[in-house]
Design a protein around this ligand. Structure first.
Ligand SMILES: Nc1ncnc2c1ncn2[C@@H]1O[C@H](COP(=O)(O)OP(=O)(O)OP(=O)(O)O)[C@@H](O)[C@H]1O
Ligand SMILES: [Mg+2]
Length: 311
């Protein structure tokens, strides 16, 4: 079942005194299926947050429509079933982590012992049990981000929308949020999150949608989007002088005595070099084929979106 389906979703802002029209989201049609982690990827200003705000009913589409669990947006019915992490969550900073959670739990309709139980349980889930009694203003950025995810889960939503959950986090913080998103999937939730941090997307997402300049450029499984072609083969060998002739055509990346790291543009050239090095009495240390990464793909698509450059 599609958890989310958008059709021709469009948002045009009118800015400035002359009401210049800015198309932030342009004819966006996509669907998110039950149980998947969907990465919504695009550079700054691509239209990710605008899309998410429309899904949340915070701003109205200029054109097009969307439905969440078959309920059209905006509607209380759709809203009720979503957990949402905004791009810039704001806190009453003098509350403790637990107080902040309980306040928001009240707003989502929980009361009494259940409110406390649920708040504590979610703080535990995001690794903040020990910080529950500390004021939110003393939380690190990573802790605040995890608190944001905890509050998004208060109503036990089946669908979780996270706007840039990894932004501003160090590698450890990113890993924690990544693990948390995988845990949500394990618990049967569907996750839609926006980001421009591509390595996170590669390790996490079942499918991605690439949005550039308000338009959805690609959507699919990462493996299907990336070119399977090997772009370069990196070779590290121990090669005495006599065995180096076949390496002449390669780009040298590093050299330490007899130990050489070189890069070949394709596999046959690298294979031939390996045979020659071995025949000459050398040794193979490592051989690494490089395929297109999501980052390569992204840069390629951005280049295509910008069109041919002059000059
Ligand atoms: N309230 C608004 N009024 C006018 N223009 C807006 C408004 N909100 C967003 N925009 C414009 O819409 C475009 C998309 O912005 P949006 O915030 O959706 O991008 P984003 O993909 O979330 O970017 P980022 O990665 O920086 O968060 C930008 O050109 C932005 O300037
Ligand atoms: Mg944004």
């Amino acid at each position: 079942m599609s958890i989310l389906r958008t059709e021709g979703l469009t948002k045009i802002f009118e800015v400035g005194l002359r009401l210049r029209r800015v198309t932030a989201v342009d004819d966006l049609s996509l669907s998110v299926e039950e149980g998947e982690i969907f990465g919504f990827v695009g550079p700054n200003g691509a239209g990710k947050t605008t899309t998410i705000k429309m899904l949340m009913g915070l701003i109205f589409p200029t054109r097009g429509r969307a439905a969440i669990f078959e309920a059209p947006i905006p509607s209380a019915e759709a809203r009720r079933r979503i957990g949402y992490l905004p791009e810039h969550p704001a806190w009453y900073e003098f509350l403790t982590g637990l107080e902040a959670m309980e306040l928001l739990a009240t707003l989502s309709g929980l009361a009494g012992a259940e409110r406390r139980r649920r708040s504590e349980e979610l703080l535990g889930l995001v690794g903040l049990a020990d910080a529950a009694g500390r004021q939110v203003r003393k939380f690190s950025k990573g802790m605040q981000q995890r608190l944001g995810i905890a509050q998004a889960l208060l109503s036990d939503p089946a669908f979780v929308i996270l706007d840039e959950p990894m932004s501003g986090l160090d590698p450890v913080g990113r890993r924690e949020v990544r693990d948390l998103i995988l845990e949500l999937k394990r618990r049967g939730k569907t996750v839609f999150f926006s980001t421009h941090i591509l390595p996170d997307v590669e390790t996490l997402c079942d499918r991605v949608g690439v949005i550039v300049g308000g338009r959805l450029r690609d959507v699919g499984r990462i493996g299907d989007l990336l070119s399977p072609r090997v772009r370069a083969v990196e070779l590290t060998v121990i090669a005495p002088e006599a065995a180096r002739a076949q390496l002449a055509g390669a780009a040298e990346l590093a050299r330490d005595g007899d130990r050489l790291t070189v890069s070949f543009p394709d596999e046959p050239a690298a294979d031939a070099a390996v045979r020659a090095v071995l025949a000459g009495g050398g040794r193979l240390v490592s051989l690494t084929p490089h395929r297109e990464t999501l980052e390569d793909f992204f840069v390629r698509r951005l280049g295509e979106a910008a069109g041919p450059r002059a000059g």
